[in-house]
Design a protein around this ligand. Structure first.
Ligand code: GAR
Length: 202
C-alpha cells in the first residue's frame, strides 16, 4: 500500500508526533511523516523530527508581517513536501484561511478533552476544574472554529478525585498516543466519510 504523506504541525514537546513516527516506523501506520513545522523554533518536536531524519522547520510568526503570510509560508513548505494530510499535534494556534483553503478536509487535530466540552488551550485543566468524572481525547477534522470540526474518534478516561492537572493529562496522553495513529490509519485506508458534522467509518 502506498504510504500517506503526512505533514505535522507542533508547538511543543512532540510526544504525539513521536507516537505517529513510531507507528510509521513499525508499519502499523501506512504513512510517513515527510515534514514537521513549528511556530516555536525551540520546540522539542523539531528536534525529534531531525533525529528521525525528517525535514523540520521553525517559523517564528513574529518574523512575518501578518498571520496570513506566516500561514502562506507554512502552506508552501507543506506543498513542497507533497503532503496529503496535515496533522496538528499540540499545535497551539487557531488555523486560518490560508491553511484551510490549501488543505480542505485534510487537516486533523487531537484535543485533550471530549469535545465539544472544554475546547481551547487548557482542555485537561478546564475538565478538572469543572468537576466532570469522565474526560478523554478527541481526534477531529479542522474547520474554521476553535476545536469545532467533525469528530473522527474519541477515547474516554476516568477523572479521579486525587487527580491533578498533571496526572489527568498523563492518563489522557496515553490514550492520545493510541488514538491519533488509529484515526490517521483510517484516513490512509480511505475509510473516513464526512457528511455534514458526522464522520462515518466505512
Ligand atoms: C497534547 O495533550 C495535545 O492533545 C494538546 O497538547 C498536547 C501536546 O503534547 N493539544 C491541545 O491542547 C490543542 N488545543 P505533545 O506535544 O507531547 O504531543
Amino acid at each position: 500500500m502506498k504510504k500517506l504523506r503526512l505533514g505535522v504541525l507542533a508547538s511543543g514537546r512532540g510526544s504525539n508526533l513521536q507516537s505517529i513516527m513510531d507507528c510509521c516506523q513499525r508499519g502499523s501506520l501506512a504513512a510517513e511523516v515527510v515534514v514537521v513545522i513549528s511556530d516555536k523554533p525551540s520546540a522539542y518536536a523539531l528536534e525529534r523530527a531531525r533525529q528521525a531524519g525528517i525535514a523540520a522547520f521553525g517559523l517564528e510568526i513574529a518574523a512575518f508581517p501578518s498571520k496570513g503570510e506566516y500561514e502562506q509560508a507554512v502552506v508552501k513548505l507543506l506543498q513542497q513536501a507533497d503532503v496529503e494530510l496535515v496533522c496538528l499535534a499540540g499545535y497551539m494556534r487557531l488555523v486560518g484561511e490560508a491553511l484551510l483553503q490549501a488543505f480542505p478536509n485534510k487537516i486533523m487535530n487531537i484535543h485533550p478533552a471530549l469535545l465539544p466540552s472544554f475546547p481551547g488551550l487548557h482542555g485537561q485543566r478546564d475538565a478538572l476544574q469543572y468537576g466532570v468524572k469522565i474526560s478523554g481525547c478527541t481526534v477531529h477534522f479542522i474547520d474554521e472554529g476553535m476545536d469545532t470540526g467533525p469528530i473522527i474518534l474519541q477515547a474516554a478516561v476516568p477523572v479521579l478525585s486525587e487527580d491533578t492537572e498533571e496526572s489527568l493529562s498523563a492518563r489522557i496522553l496515553e490514550q492520545e498516543h493510541r488514538l491519533y495513529p488509529e484515526a490517521i490509519q483510517l484516513y490512509a485506508e480511505g475509510r473516513l466519510e464526512v457528511k455534514g458534522r458526522r464522520v462515518y467509518i466505512k
